[in-house]
Design a protein around this ligand. Structure first.
Ligand code: SF4
Length: 209
């Protein structure tokens, strides 16, 4: 079982191509300015069986998914189940990208074991005072590290690529509005203000303390 916040497909703003996105629930790192505070509580979200997640992957593959992005929350705070899941996944020529708030030298053996099944990792806490245009990253300290030859091939060329405008996808799922991507600091509050001016008020927002 993995404790999951949400699963969305296709996502196009967290890695190359059209991807299955799995956000794991629970994070104790508490970065200031985190836009996903709803994923912090390790008791929230839903326990999902690995068979069900594998079925969702197969559905995504049938629909043309190019890869899997695992984010959170902090995926490496569920290392045993995540290793079991990723080790059993028929990835074939697709790739696995994992986001973690940890730096590689902070990982214990179990967490390093997860990375044996990952092609590229984006590491490091979100630092609100270090905005960046680096693709797929929220702050300038975060590193994109290829871990396999496929990772090197797919992600190596993007390590220093910057985007003028951050890509953010808007998805509606289960009555909730999800913003997928890494918007620059202050953008979410601006979007909220503009929508409020048009009479659309968010009852709750995951980026507000
Ligand atoms: S940015 Fe990521 S690592 Fe940091 S608190 Fe939020 S979910 Fe956790």
């Amino acid at each position: 079982m993995l404790r999951v916040s949400r699963v969305l497909h296709p996502i196009t703003s967290l890695g190359p191509g059209r991807r299955l996105g799995i956000w794991l629930q629970g994070c104790t790192l508490a970065c200031k300015g985190c836009m996903s505070r709803d994923t912090w509580d390790p008791g929230a979200g839903t326990e999902v069986g690995l068979d069900h997640l594998r079925a969702l992957w197969q559905e995504a593959v049938s629909a043309g998914a190019d890869g899997l992005t695992v984010s959170g929350g902090e995926p490496l705070q569920q290392p045993a189940a995540l290793t079991e899941f990723l080790a059993s996944l028929p990835v074939e020529d697709r790739d696995v990208l994992l986001y973690t708030g940890y730096e590689l030298d902070e990982l214990d053996d179990a967490q390093r074991g997860v990375l044996d099944h990952v092609d590229a990792v984006i590491t490091g806490r979100y630092v609100v005072g270090a905005p960046t245009g680096l693709i797929w990253r929220g702050s300038a300290n975060q590193r994109l590290v290829p871990l396999t030859s496929r990772g090197e091939q797919r992600y190596g060329p993007f390590a220093d690529v910057t985007c003028e405008r951050a890509q953010v996808q808007v998805r509606v799922d289960d009555g909730l509005l999800w913003l997928v991507g890494v918007p620059p600091p202050g953008v979410l509050a601006k979007v909220e203000r503009r929508l409020r001016d048009k009479g659309i008020v968010f009852e709750e927002a995951a980026w507000r303390p």
